[in-house]
Design a protein around this ligand. Structure first.
Ligand SMILES: Nc1ncnc2c1ncn2[C@@H]1O[C@H](COP(=O)(O)OP(=O)(O)OP(=O)(O)O)[C@@H](O)[C@H]1O
Length: 347
């Protein structure tokens, strides 16, 4: 069942089309990431869901009721923003209990809920500490606990982890996902970080220029991107031009065994991930290449190669670091992993 449904939702600010005709179904209990570069409209979309902005056109429905005109405080959604917006002069416990206090809940209930929520976010026993004494990651948890205090029906987070350093951020991504699974709460997170979206989401919504480009499971977006923008934004890829030739296809005049373009298509853009390019000895595979740079990352080896089709990046298994800059090699592209973009899909 869909918890949240957006039908043709558009938001204009004067001449700026911030969100353009968004259609979105968020199943109950799912974890959705709105992903895209700066200015693509993801925050505006989130703010409309939260009730902080009103759509210029379209309908937002929650649990089968239209909520376009329902004020923020009557939506019963929990929200966490990048700024966290904690009250610095209040203790951790007072921060978390705040939404309960303004709803007139009794003291004993508030105190019990604070203990429960601090356990939930793995921060037990700090209720009396001033917020100012907490680390970034701890503050993050307090903000999450406060947003969950009133058992929201929908949990909305806008770049909640972007102020954290890389390592803590990765740990919090896993924690947030595990927390969401335990609570079963429908969750929407805005992020510009594709790794973050891959870690947490069961559905990723990729946006660009106000428009939703693709909405799918992370692995399907990675393996079957809808267009070149999505392919390039989510993970690393090689975008190349393929030409139809003799019932097959070529790239820079080299045949690509196993690749055919759709009927009637003479030229198409294709995407192939670095791990689907294999580097062979010179002459063994169809596409000649020269090693330009080798990056050994420990967990894998990346090889940058100059070819007649432009630079191609290949990824090899850990330890396969036997190539030298200047080596003449050849490349084989796995045809099953090539994604061909129909004309006009380049977004
Ligand atoms: N209140 C506003 N008034 C005018 N234009 C706005 C307003 N809010 C957003 N915009 C414009 O709408 C577009 C989408 O902005 P939005 O903040 O939703 O993007 P975003 O993807 O969240 O970007 P970022 O990651 O930088 O926050 C941008 O062109 C932005 O300048």
């Amino acid at each position: 069942m869909s918890a949240l449904e957006l039908a043709n939702v558009t938001k204009r600010y004067g001449s700026v089309l911030a969100v353009d005709d968004a259609v979105l179904d968020v199943p109950a209990g799912s974890f959705v990431c709105l992903l895209g570069p700066s200015g693509c409209g993801k925050t505006t979309l989130m703010r409309m869901i939260a009730g902080l902005e009103t759509p210029t056109a379209g309908t937002i429905r929650f649990n089968d009721e239209t909520i376009n005109d329902r004020p923020v405080h009557r939506r019963d959604f929990g929200m966490v923003f990048q700024s966290l917006a904690l009250f610095p002069h209040l203790s951790v416990g007072e921060n978390i209990a705040y939404p309960l206090k303004i709803r007139g809940r009794p003291r004993a209930e508030r105190d019990a809920r604070v203990v429960e929520l601090l356990d939930l976010v793995r921060l037990p026993g700090v209720a009396d500490r001033p917020v100012a004494q907490l680390s970034g990651g701890q503050r993050q948890r307090v903000a999450i606990a406060r947003a969950l205090a009133v058992s929201p029906k929908l949990f909305l987070l806008d770049e909640p982890l972007s102020a954290l350093d890389a390592k803590l951020r990765e740990a919090m991504q896993v924690e947030l996902r595990q927390l969401q699974e335990r609570l079963g709460i429908t969750t929407i997170v805005v992020t510009h970080d594709q790794r973050e979206a891959m870690t947490m989401a069961d559905t990723i919504v990729v946006m660009k220029g106000g428009r939703i480009q693709q909405m799918d499971r992370p692995i399907d977006i990675y393996r079957r991107p809808a267009n070149a923008f999505v392919a390039d934004f989510l993970g690393q890829t090689n975008l190349l031009t393929a030409h139809a030739a003799d019932g097959g296809a070529t790239i820079a005049d080299a045949p690509v065994p196993g690749l055919t373009l759709p009927a009637g298509v003479a030229t198409a853009q294709i995407s192939i991930r670095p791990e689907d390019v294999s580097v062979e000895r010179e002459g063994a595979a169809p596409l000649p290449a020269t090693v330009e740079f080798v990056r050994d990352m420990g967990s894998a080896v990346e090889v940058y190669l100059a070819t007649a089709a432009g630079r191609i990046v290949a990824q090899r298994a850990a330890g396969r670091n036997d190539l030298m800059v200047g080596d003449a090699v050849s490349l084989a592209l796995d045809p099953a992993a090539i994604v061909v973009f129909p004309a006009g899909a380049s977004a």
